[in-house]
Every structure is written in structure tokens, then in C-alpha cells.
Write a protein that binds this ligand. Sequence first.
Ligand code: TYD
Length: 142
Amino acid sequence: MQKLLSMKTPFIIERDAIIDYRGNLCFWENASYLPFEIARTYWIYDVPSGQFRGSHALKEQEEVIIALSGSFTVELENENFNDKFTLNRSNIGLYIPSMTWRSLHNFSTNSICLVLSSKSFSEDDYIRSYNEFKKLISIENI
Ligand code: TYD
């Protein structure tokens, strides 16, 4: 039960980079580094200045977001969390639990947002209306 509750809270996962004079290396793999098995990865890039991405919640999917290059801000809200993170290092992942509204903005030029996801793509898993999301989390809390 304790684990389930803690998994409802976003958290930062830091990976050790392998520092090398030829250039640094960092990796993500299932095993012990992630709270779920990776089913899919996708990335967002060439985001024009001032644009927002995300602005939705996912019913079942969990994700880890990484700023592979550049920086951006991730705002998160769920029934017990409301905060924002600035991601700007490729060895840092931000874990996002299911049923968490996320909005990404302040993308720097040439930034790349890599997402590791626990499920294959399904539009049915998306909640794209903020009002519907708020209604659903208030029902879950009853
Ligand atoms: P969208 O959810 O709006 O992007 P984001 O929330 O990450 O800013 O997705 C844009 C389009 O891409 C939408 O039509 C769904 C489609 N899509 C896929 O086909 N497969 C995927 O893995 C993802 C993430 C999106």
C-alpha cells in the first residue's frame, strides 16, 4: 500500500553518467532504474518558441521525461501533488505517475524531450479536458 501511494507522486531519477575524455555516456534500462517496463519511447523536438506540449493526463500510462538536450519546464498536477520542474540535464529523468495532468513549456532552442512510457500508444488512455481530469480525481478521492 505504501508503495502504491508513493508511486502517485512524481519524483526525479538521477543516473550516473559515465564520464570519458571521448565524451560522456548515460543510459536508461528497465531493471532497477525505472519504476516500470518501457513499452514505448517518443521524443518532442523543434518546438517553436512559446509553444506548449502535453496539456493532458494519462489514465494508466506512467512516463519518465528526460531533457536529452536543452531545457524545458514540466508542470504537474494530481490529487496529491502540484509543482513544476525545470529539466536541463540528460542524466535526470522525471517520473510522472498515471492520472497526472502535465504541461510542458519554456522549451529552449534545439531542446529534445525524450519520453519513456509504460504502454503502447492509445488515444483512449488520454484525458485531454482539464475539467474532466479535475472531475475524475475528485471522484477518486471520495
Ligand atoms: P500529443 O499527445 O498532442 O502530443 P504531446 O502531448 O506529447 O504534446 O500527440 C500529438 C499526436 O501524435 C496525436 O495525434 C497523437 C500522436 N501520437 C502517436 O501517434 N503516438 C505516440 O506515441 C504519441 C505520443 C502521440
